[in-house]
Design a protein around this ligand. Structure first.
Ligand SMILES: Cc1cc2nc3c(=O)[nH]c(=O)nc-3n(C[C@H](O)[C@H](O)[C@H](O)COP(=O)(O)OP(=O)(O)OC[C@H]3O[C@@H](n4cnc5c(N)ncnc54)[C@H](O)[C@@H]3O)c2cc1C
Length: 383
């Protein structure tokens, strides 16, 4: 291995060790209790995971400015390691990186000064609020309003399915104003904001989802993010682009967890006088899983390199990475259940949890259908 690749391998291994030590022991509890324990978040803070992907001058990971390609691949590896350990924890970091990247890309100098270090340290945790009861895929149709009052705005409406809605400190929120889509930063202690947990979802049960009800929430000018009219096309687009990239890596981690468990089970479980891994049909499942996970990881690498280089293809690559990795992880999770037989569906089986978690991956950061539409449109451009 070249030194550069060796250092990537070391970073990936270090992230796996971190996740094995500080997240895996809590994974089952997170699924059962639908909460991420404070100590998990604290260990992530200590490890500097919240800073990854943010500009170095605003508290982002040291060295990322000098070598943005390496920093972006390493950032992806963090999300892969968390996705392998607990997709719910990956979700927490993902929405933080989505909200944070939107603020640190489109915020004013004053906003970057106010939030940069606090987001990077994880002192403040961000979430991202677009979806509403009547509006999902078509974000341009949102109904939450921002009405001008004095030199600021007043926000009213409902946001739902908000990851970390129960716990985040601030929400990057998309509203509709008379001057077009408007993105705002809404701290959770804003008067008029009421938060209602959503419990009992199929998978990623530690996402700590919530519905947010806003009743004439005052938004002063220093909480407006970017220009009115640019809330969707610029601010939210930045967050979603980051989210698709992060989630793609997270899906690779989830697929890897299913693969690891399946290889172990196939080697240990004996039927008809030998390990089931000796049977050709099981080998075919394993071969497909191995190749699927590997292929998705390579596409994530390619997307990360493009992002690090600020290549114009980067957005398209992240779409494709999210598409491949989220559909891959569903195939692989289903195959993992098949390899495990009954022990793959029993209570407490990591494969059972992974199967449920995988379903979520084709719904968030753009459903599979919306992502397919976007990718095809990239292909058709100029034809
Ligand atoms: C676990 C979880 C976490 C989430 N976290 C967040 C969050 O943090 N912040 C946030 O804002 N939102 C969040 N969401 C919401 C998520 O972004 C939406 O669920 C998603 O955008 C799809 O919207 P919808 O569920 O309303 O489905 P709809 O938009 O109603 O779509 C229903 C079906 O129709 C299909 N469809 C829609 N339009 C088209 C089209 N033009 N062509 C073809 N098919 C189409 C969709 O693919 C889907 O299969 C979360 C959702 C879940 C389940």
């Amino acid at each position: 291995m070249t030194p550069a690749l060796e250092s990537y391998a070391e970073h990936a291994a270090a992230m796996r060790v971190f996740a094995d030590e500080h997240i895996v022991p809590f994974a089952h509890r997170i699924d059962q209790e639908q909460q991420i324990p404070r100590e998990v978040v604290e260990r992530m803070r200590e490890a500097g995971l919240f800073a990854s992907g943010f500009p170095e001058r605003l508290g982002g990971t040291p060295g990322s400015k000098a070598d943005p390609v390496s920093a972006t691949v390493r950032h992806g590896m963090i999300h892969e390691a968390l996705g392998r350990a607990s997709p719910s924890v990956q979700g927490l970091l993902n929405v933080h990186h989505m909200g944070g990247s939107a603020i640190l890309r489109w915020g004013t100098q004053a906003q970057k000064g106010e939030w940069g270090q606090r987001l990077s340290s994880g002192e403040v945790i961000a979430a991202f609020a677009i979806t509403e009861p009547e509006v999902g895929s078509d974000a341009s149709a949102i109904q939450t309003t921002a009405v001008p009052v004095g030199d600021g705005w007043e926000v009213s409406g409902t946001k739902t399915w908000i990851t970390c809605g129960q716990s985040a400190d601030i929400f990057v929120m998309l509203t509709q104003s008379e001057r077009g889509p408007l993105a705002v930063i809404l701290p959770r202690d804003t008067p008029g904001l009421r938060i209602e947990p959503i419990l009992g979802i199929l998978g990623c049960r530690g996402y700590m989802l919530a519905t947010l009800y806003m009743e004439r929430c005052a938004v002063p000018p220093e909480r407006v993010l970017g220009q009115p009219g640019f809330g969707l096309s610029h601010v939210v687009a930045e967050g979603l682009d980051n989210g698709r990239h992060n989630l793609a890596w997270g899906c690779v981690g989830l697929g890897q967890a299913c693969l690891d468990a399946s290889l172990h089970h196939a080697a240990q479980r004996e039927q008809f006088g030998g390990p089931i891994g000796e049977f050709g049909q099981i080998q075919r499942l394993l071969a497909r899983m191995m190749t699927d996970v590997h292929a998705a990881r390579l596409v994530c690498w390619s997307a990360a390199v493009a992002r690090g280089r600020r290549d114009p293809s980067a957005v398209q690559e992240s779409f494709m990475a999210k598409y491949l990795a989220s559909t891959m992880t569903n195939r692989v999770a289903a195959d993992a259940v098949q390899v495990h037989g009954a022990s793959g569906v029993g209570p407490g089986s990591p494969v059972e949890t992974a199967f449920r978690d995988a379903r979520i991956m084709e719904l968030i950061e753009g459903t599979t259908q919306i992502v397919e539409r976007a990718i095809a449109r990239f292909g058709l451009q100029g034809r």
